[in-house]
Ligand binder design. Structure first.
Ligand SMILES: Cc1cc2nc3c(=O)[nH]c(=O)nc-3n(C[C@H](O)[C@H](O)[C@H](O)COP(=O)(O)O)c2cc1C
Length: 196
């Protein structure tokens, strides 16, 4: 099994990042319980991805029209399409997630590669059976947390049938409780990894 880890854990906390703790818990359990599985990490902080502008869109559309999906501009979309399972980890920022992750979404959302349209609507073309979204936030969780909803709907658009999330929430409300909240969320992340 090939797990794609979309690492968007930007943090000022370094090793103490709560989002990173969730990702580590998931990955450790995943590797323990899936011998022989591979984890492919997309290290967004090191990639300097550019948001699409008109020129980039035109170039990409011309390549897609010619059917040349092997061009480098499609590398991330092809990688995403081929993964057996996807893990996305990102802190809860400004009611969703860091802009860097939004730019990654632009790069993987390619009509004709990761999804397509027909008369009945939009159909996903990705291979993954599951997408797991891990996040941590300072405030209490809202019923419809935008970052989680965004990835839930993307999973559906990409044709990924199962979506799970873990939100370690309320971490900045009472500093004395943060450690136990993170530990409980890590246990939830581990259980999801085991069940993959
Ligand atoms: C730029 C920025 C924006 C944030 N926006 C929100 C927010 O909208 N809602 C919220 O509950 N917490 C927000 N927070 C708090 C973080 O979500 C919280 O501290 C989280 O646990 C950070 O994860 P980390 O420990 O991995 O850095 C924000 C923090 C930063 C740095």
């Amino acid at each position: 099994m090939r797990l794609l880890f979309v690492d968007s854990c930007i943090s000022q906390r370094g090793d103490q990042s709560r989002t990173r703790a969730l990702a580590n818990a998931f990955l450790e359990t995943f590797l323990e319980t899936h011998p022989g599985a591979q984890v492919e990490r997309v290290a967004l902080e090191q990639m300097n991805l550019q948001p699409f502008d008109e020129r980039m869109l035109n170039e990409r559309a011309a390549l897609a029209k010619a059917g040349d999906f092997r061009a480098p501009v499609f590398d991330l979309a092809r990688q995403f399409r081929e993964a057996d399972a996807v893990l996305v980890a990102a802190p809860f920022w400004d009611l969703s997630f860091p802009a860097m992750l939004r730019i990654y979404i632009e790069h993987i959302s390619v009509v004709g590669l990761t999804y397509h349209y027909d008369a009945e609507g939009c159909h996903g073309d990705c291979r993954a059976a599951t997408l797991t979204y891990l996040t941590s936030g300072g405030d209490a969780e809202q019923a419809e947390s935008l970052g989680i909803l965004h990835w839930k709907q993307l999973s559906s658009m990409f044709g990924i049938p199962r979506f799970d999330d873990v939100f370690a929430s309320g971490l900045d409300l009472d500093p004395g409780k943060a450690e136990e909240l993170v530990a409980a969320a890590c246990r939830r992340a581990s259980r999801l990894a085991e069940a993959l």
